[in-house]
Structures are given as C-alpha cells and as structure tokens.
Design a protein around this ligand. Sequence first.
Ligand code: PEP
Length: 251
Amino acid sequence: MKKLMAANWKMYKTVEQAATTAKELATLLADNLSGDREVLIFPPFTAIAAVAGAFKDKAAFFVGGQNLHPADEGAFTGEIAPAMLLDLGCLWALAGHSERRHIFGETDEQVGAKMAFGLEKGLKMILCIGEKIEERRAGNVETVLARQLEQGLAGVDKAIAPERLSVAYEPVWAIGTGEIAGPDEIKHAHSFTRHKLNDFFGANADEIPILYGGSVKPDSAPAIMALDNVDGVLVGGASLKADSFSRIVVA
Ligand code: PEP
C-alpha cells in the first residue's frame, strides 16, 4: 500500500497563496518523492481548483475537499456536494474531522451519512476519528474509537476497494496543540482500528491506509511513520509551508 501524506489547510490561504504553496511543494518534491508515497492536499473550497491546476500532470499529487453535504444538490446554504468537489478536481474528501465534530456539532450519524454518500458518488473518503482528553483519562479510548468507526462506516459497502477508503486517527487533544501522542498511544489506537477494519471488511482491510494526525512536525514525522500500522499522516499547522510539509512527506 502507498503511504498517504495528507495536508489539511483548514480555513487558511487565498487562491493565490494556495497556488503558490502547491507549486513550491511540487518543486521541492520533484526529485525526491519516492514511488511509495502520495501527496494529498485539502485546501479551502475556494482554492481547490487552483491547487488541482498546480498539480495537473503530477502523478502522485492529489486534492480533496475538507467536508461535503450528503445530497446531490438542493437548498443547503453554505454546503457543498460531492459532484461539485469532483468537478473541481478532487479525488478525496474528509468526513468527521474533529473541528467538524466539536466546533460544528457533527454527530457520528451525520459523519456516517457523509462517508456513505461521498463513496457512492465516486469520491475516496477519509474517516477521521479520535478521542477527547477526558475520554482518554476515563479509559474510554477504545469505546470512543469503536463507536466512531462503527457509525462512520455503517453505510459503507463491505466489498469496497480498500484504496477508496482511509481512516485518520487524530486524538482531539493533539490537534493544533503541539502535544503529540506517544508511540504506544499511536500504536495502540492504530492496531485497534486495524482490527475493527478487519471485522468490517475482512482481509482487504490490511490495505486500508490508517493515518496519524495531531501536531505532526518535520522532526517528529520519521518516528511516527516508522510505527506499525501507520500508513501516512494528516497534517494541519505544519503543512501550511511547503518547506515544512515537504520534509514531512519524505520522512
Ligand atoms: C488536523 O487538522 O487534522 C491536524 C492534525 O492539525 P495539526 O497538525 O495542526 O495538529
């Protein structure tokens, strides 16, 4: 399986800034991106077309949407449909990012609807999961991850091709805080996720990339990438500058 090195640009960058960073990134990685790595950027919606344009003809560089609404079209002010993301050049979309769950109040059920609908409409989907610090302190990590996985994947076809799906383990307390999960915490969460995926999808699940996200930086990326069941990363803050993210991509 290829390693998926993903960047979440959240609500940062104008069209021009996004295009510039994407071009810088492609240049920095032109000679040293190994064949087992793919680069995936989630720009704000307004900059998707610009980043897709910058990656045109670049085989291992892809673009995704940070969110979607599970309907073809309609009176859903402020929302975006899978067909619109595909139209702009997206291959992937995120569902259930912790900021969507905890700032905008998305439920597991809504995340599951987004996963199923995005896949049905032809996008590849990353399901983001992760516990809050109080859930970890209460010893509930497995309970939370199991619930998020079960409900997030409830509507997904059991025979899905594994390369159309990914899970990002992003402990909420590690996102944007500078506090990174320790190796044992990451190994435990990823191995638990792998077992749950095996329960859902059988042996095929070994080919589903499980990403780690939460304050990944160029210095910490190599040790994280070396852990069992870590098949890539999802990076926020340290992905905003091409130099920093390119060092993570090759870690
Ligand atoms: C994220 O937004 O998914 C993320 C992991 O952010 P950061 O790397 O800034 O913690």
